[in-house]
Write a protein that binds this ligand. Structure first.
Ligand SMILES: [Zn+2]
Length: 51
């Protein structure tokens, strides 16, 4: 795989932040992530504002 994110706007409001519950790897995605790309663990959405 060779990801090419050249045309992804970093300020896209729908961008979600996910953290792997197994290895702690963080990924950003505009679509739902369910599996870690590194270890295939479960991804947890961490983009919910903590206020
Ligand atoms: Zn992982």
């Amino acid at each position: 795989m060779s990801p090419n994110h050249a045309d992804i706007d970093p300020y896209t409001p729908e961008m979600g932040y996910y953290e792997c519950v197994q290895c702690g790897a963080r990924e950003t995605s505009t679509s739902r992530l369910h599996r870690c790309r590194s270890c295939d663990g479960s991804m947890h959405n961490i983009s919910v504002p903590r206020e």
